[in-house]
Design a protein around this ligand. Sequence first.
Ligand SMILES: [Zn+2]
Length: 175
Amino acid sequence: MSDKQSNQLSNLTLILNASYLPLGVCTSKRAICLFFLNKVDILMNYEDYIYSPSTRLKVPSVIKLKKYVNFNSLDVVLNRKNLLLRDNSCCQYCSSTKNLTIDHIIPKQKGGKDTWENLIIACSSCNAKKGNRTPFEANMKLMKEAKKPNRFMYYNQFINYKNKGWKDYLFHGKN
Ligand SMILES: [Zn+2]
């Protein structure tokens, strides 16, 4: 396989459920495997082709499962990467983008949980200044309420000039 081909295979493909609800994102390589396993229909392609000795195929950009799977795609996984994404990679107290940490709004020792509503991105100095206090006790104001993000935020990070067509399925699709 040439470098160009392997680049194209690392393109991302949007996977839709049989109901057209977005399910996730995979590499185009995986999408092509699913296609050859007869598990998906291809709805949209990139301009690039991949070649095998016997066939030529456009790289899939959006695929749809033939069979419906029961999966709640509304949930975004709670992890550091997605917290950074939700909070625009800046401290929610002072908007610094340096030395970012994860702060428990209600400290753990006071019963604060590891949830979207209780975790925010904070720079290390704000985190240290706040210490083992609530924002109210520390007289520090959050720039915005900590909320559970939705899947639009999640998918938005993958949208680029090559796959603008995804928007039709993500934001105006038959949900
Ligand atoms: Zn800060």
